[in-house]
Design a protein around this ligand. Structure first.
Ligand code: FAD
Length: 380
């Protein structure tokens, strides 16, 4: 496996790091406090090619690959995890459209998502009664002349209020067909019958709006079907494999911020006449935090590297996701501990990092589901 980034990958990483440091980081506390992502920030990401890092250039993307994408997400997440969610879901939707959109859908929507100014991409798989178990989803789509008509409800849709394009999974065969009866559709903002609900009041990632969606006889054209009818589950799994690399990178970015701030704090804060960084108990925490982050980064790079080579990477992506997300929760928890009482108040970012990191073990497949995927791969 190649360990050093190529020139292109390093360029994408530097671009993301510069934007993260100059523009995103100074806004992160306000984004968390106000639960709002400024449109200019999203437009800035798009302007730098960061909304479509792994989308081909002829569709308006950067065409820089999965390693470059992971490096970029890490940088943005280390400044603001909410911003990184908007970036990673939009990238995931763009990639899915590029891969399965067969010309018309891809050429219509990818440049819009990549270019900014229109809005985000949203990924609408989960439902109130179906998260881990996608085969249980109840939203239905039926043909009506030259249209599809969608009815049902989605839950937990990141970026819904600012989305321009939703990829939506619905049942096109009876419930007993499970995951073999799902199809995927592209629904534009403002489609008749689509209602975007009120954002959830979340523990973390407060700048990223998470909303329910309601589809009431929502009519979309025949051509809105993404991929083949009843083959939607494969599209969801392909998208989530790539998405898990993004969540791993996001977790690593958050953890890196927590470590960076812990290092600074541990050298500044004094107890018993010395900086707390000189106490061995604190040094051990810092050592473990650094080791977890580096291990997570290497797992993430390995998954992305396989993806860039066109090789199977499902198991590697799940390993990266479960390890990085659990590492991030541990690292952020230790960061709060190192900050003592100051770790528990809003004035320091440590508590935000812990709140933001917590969901990474849950969304895009919980840790329990990742372990099922990994074990299945090992047992094959
Ligand atoms: C902030 C946030 C943003 C999200 N964004 C999106 C989004 O943009 N698009 C989208 O489609 N979804 C999104 N989700 C949904 C997310 O992917 C689901 O919450 C997640 O997949 C878990 O589903 P669930 O909440 O229904 O939990 P459940 O599936 O009900 O699981 C509950 C618990 O049971 C465990 N469990 C379930 N099945 C098994 C099993 N077979 N073996 C062992 N344990 C099991 C789970 O691991 C979990 O611990 C988001 C969620 C959150 C919180």
């Amino acid at each position: 496996m190649q360990v050093e980034p190529t020139e292109t990958q390093a360029l994408v990483q530097r671009t993301a790091r510069d934007f993260a440091t100059r523009v995103v980081a100074p806004l992160a506390a306000t984004i968390d406090a106000t639960a709002a992502l400024p449109d200019e920030l999203l437009a800035g990401l798009a302007g730098l090619g960061l909304m479509a890092v792994n989308v081909p250039t002829d569709l308006g993307g950067s065409g820089a690959g999965a390693v470059a994408y992971a490096l970029a997400v890490e940088e943005i997440a280390s400044a603001c995890a909410s911003t990184a969610v908007a970036m990673s879901v939009t990238n995931m939707v763009g990639e899915t459209l590029a891969r399965f959109g067969r010309g018309a859908l891809a050429s219509r929507f990818c440049p819009r998502l990549a270019g900014g100014g229109h809005g985000l991409g949203a990924f609408a798989l989960s439902e109130p009664g179906a998260g881990s178990d996608a085969g249980a989803l109840r939203t239905v789509a039926r043909r009506d002349g030259a249209s599809w008509v969608i009815d049902g409800a989605k839950q937990w849709i990141s970026g819904g209020p600012q989305a321009d394009v939703f990829v939506v999974w619905a049942r096109t065969r009876p419930p007993e067909t499970g995951v073999r009866g799902l199809s995927c559709f592209v629904v534009e903002r403002g489609a008749p019958g689509l209602a975007v609900g009120k954002p959830e009041d979340k523990m973390g990632l407060r700048g990223s709006s998470t909303v329910p969606l309601e589809f009431a006889a929502c009519r979309v054209p025949e051509g809105a079907l993404l991929g083949a009818e009843n083959e939607g589950f494969k599209i969801a799994m392909a998208a989530l494999d790539g998405g898990r690399i993004g969540i791993a990178a996001q977790a690593i970015g958050i953890a890196r911020a927590a470590l960076r701030e812990s290092l600074e704090y541990a050298q500044a804060r004094r107890t018993f006449g010395v900086p707390i960084a000189q106490h061995q108990a604190i040094q051990h925490k810092l050592a473990d935090m650094g080791t977890l982050i580096d291990a997570a980064h290497l797992l993430c790079m390995r998954a992305a590297w396989h993806k860039d080579r066109g090789e199977a990477f499902t198991r590697e992506a799940s390993m990266a996701k479960v390890f990085a997300s659990e590492a991030a929760v541990r690292v952020c928890n230790e960061a709060v501990q190192i900050h003592g009482g100051y770790g528990y108040i809003r004035e320091f970012a440590a508590e935000r990092h812990l709140r933001d990191a917590r969901v990474t073990t849950i969304y895009e497949g919980t840790s329990e589901i990742q372990r099922i995927v990994i074990a299945r791969g090992l047992l094959e």
